[in-house]
Design a binder for this molecule. Structure first.
Ligand SMILES: *Cc1c(COP(=O)(O)O)cnc(C)c1O
Length: 527
């Protein structure tokens, strides 16, 4: 047998697991489950599972309620952590007359992907299709232990029931555009951020575009921002005909260097757009002081920092306007594109709502130019399910970051790498855990070969991007960061064991890369 990631246990297999006190079939299953194989029971088999499992202890002739509580107890005691696999209506459209559930199980298993099997003790099922395997075959399965850069599968497991309920509710109420979930989500986002207004939009990029439009940024205007960020930050400025004015970043936080902002302000400056990179807020107090002095609007690009705190405040509630992204890989991600704008000002919020929907102030009455920037109802439904566990996830990310710091401290002390620096008044959401290394291409290649995924956020200062090129600009710190940064796997479900593997692998790769330890004590991120 090959590798497998999903095992469905049919009712006979469940009874087999629950039926014998000491059984190596059961311990095999526990081992597979601990190694990352998902164990599923199929909801359509529920009555059959109850019948077969309860018969083990009750015998025939009991009432269903009695059988049910008995079965639930035995499942809790004997089954490795399992999930319920939902039956869908299509599972019962191809039923043949020989075995009602066999075909349905096959259809459901196929939905999990090509690496799913159904475990059974029924020889007729084993004979019928290769999807079915018996307990002997289970023993010879192997598991591929993979390190993930982000782990949306484990997260999904934690919220499966609310996720399915929320999505199905949208399927049934049918308000696919601007459904009730949008308002509900906006309320929750306001509560969590402390912002006065929140408007769901189609993506983080649309959030930035809409915020700039609401600030009346147009041709010839200048917007001060960071060159060390995702392309969309400056792209949206340029799309409106405005000019991104790049101010170099602080070498420790990689956020805009507030000491360099004022000298970049001119008569054409309209706004400052700091980026709260990797989940750590920019120095918003200093930025707001400068903006007030020069009557500028501040738009926080909080695409990576929703959930972060800054002094007594929270990201997205620290400036006139803020924009976040719910791209799947962000700390709070949807299952597709989504984003939100935040505002402290009612008039601006109203304008944002209009721009989101073609500039309408009422149906088919367009008082300004806008875009189709609405958030999908289904994405809002997904986000509502994820919000329930979000705060716990941010706390887990912070614990994971603390573990990395301990594991990598020695290497940092030697000057072989620089650890991320979070200022004492900040709590990061750790959208990325990003270190600096010399010889990055080789370090990254060695890690890839060892099965550890890494990423570079970001490899090029924006003024060097062909579509945004400004050949007269150089930001030394940004260019240096672009050559040195390396993001390690970061998500709330990282285990100590996996992080140890990653840290060892990184240390070995740095040693093998032959780079001289050359990070100055100050920038190593250790105090
Ligand atoms: C992800 C990201 C964006 C864009 O968000 P999308 O939802 O992908 O459009 C903008 N700015 C920064 C800093 C980002 O990380």
């Amino acid at each position: 047998m090959g590798t497998v990631r999903n095992l469905i246990l049919d009712a006979s297999a469940v009874a087999r697991v629950c039926g014998t006190a000491r059984d190596d079939f059961r311990s095999t299953l526990f081992d597979l489950s601990a190694a990352g194989v998902e164990v599923w029971l199929y909801t359509a088999e529920y009555p059959e599972i109850v019948r077969q499992v309860s018969t083990l202890t009750l015998g025939d002739g009991s009432c269903f309620d009695e059988m049910q509580s008995q079965a639930q107890e035995l499942l809790k005691l004997n089954m490795p952590s399992f999930q319920w696999l939902s039956a869908l209506s299509g599972d019962f459209e191809k039923i043949d007359h020989t075995d009602l559930l066999t075909q349905a199980l096959m259809t459901a298993a196929a939905r999990l992907g090509s690496d799913a099997c159904v475990v059974t003790t029924d020889p007729r099922r084993v004979k019928r299709d290769r999807l079915f395997i018996d307990d002997e075959a289970v023993r010879s399965l192997t598991v591929e232990r993979k390190v993930n850069f982000v782990d949306l599968a484990t997260q999904q497991k934690c919220i499966r029931s609310s996720l399915e309920e929320n999505i199905h509710r949208v399927l049934h109420h049918g308000s696919y555009v601007m459904g009730p979930e949008i308002t509900e989500l906006e309320q929750r986002l306001m509560q969590m951020s402390g912002a006065a207004h929140s408007v769901g939009v189609a993506s983080g990029t649309d959030a930035l575009l809409i915020a700039l439009m609401a600030s009346d940024v147009g041709p010839g205007d200048e917007v001060i921002t960071s060159p060390f960020t995702f392309f969309a930050t400056a792209e949206t400025i340029a799309l409106l005909g405005a000019i991104p004015i790049y101010v170099d970043v602080d070498p420790f936080t990689f956020n805009i260097d507030v000491n360099r902002i004022e000298s970049a302000i001119t008569a054409r400056t309209k706004a400052i757009m700091p980026v709260s990179l990797y989940g750590q807020c920019a120095e918003m107090d200093e930025i707001n002081v400068l903006a007030n002095k020069h009557s500028l609007i501040v738009i926080e690009d909080a695409a990576q920092s929703f959930g972060a705190t800054y002094k007594k405040g929270r990201s997205c509630a620290l400036s006139h306007l803020a924009c976040t992204s719910f791209f799947p890989a962000k700390p709070l991600g949807a299952y597709g594109d989504a984003g939100a704008c935040f505002s402290q000002d009612e008039e601006l919020a109203k304008k944002i709502r209009q721009i989101r929907d073609h500039g309408q102030d009422s149906r088919y009455h367009h008082i300004r130019l806008g875009i189709n920037g609405r958030l999908d109802t289904i994405q809002a439904a997904v986000l509502l399910a994820k919000l329930d566990i979000f705060e716990g996830e941010v706390a887990s990310r912070q614990r994971a970051a603390a573990r990395y710091e301990t594991l990598l401290a020695e290497k940092a002390r030697q000057g072989s790498l620089a650890l991320p620096v979070v200022l004492p008044h900040n709590k990061s959401t750790w959208a990325q855990y990003t270190v600096r290394v010399k010889n990055r291409p080789l370090v990254q290649q060695l890690m890839t070969e060892a099965g550890i995924p890494t990423a570079v956020h970001y490899p090029t200062s924006l003024y060097r991007q062909p579509a945004l090129e400004q050949s007269t600009v150089t930001c030394e710190q940004s260019d240096r960061a672009a050559n040195e940064v390396l993001s390690l796997p970061m998500h709330p479900y990282l285990t100590d064991e996996v992080q140890q593997r990653i840290a060892e692998c990184l240390s070995e790769a740095i040693d093998a890369s032959g780079a001289e330890p050359s990070f100055e004590a100050m920038e190593r991120g250790i105090s």
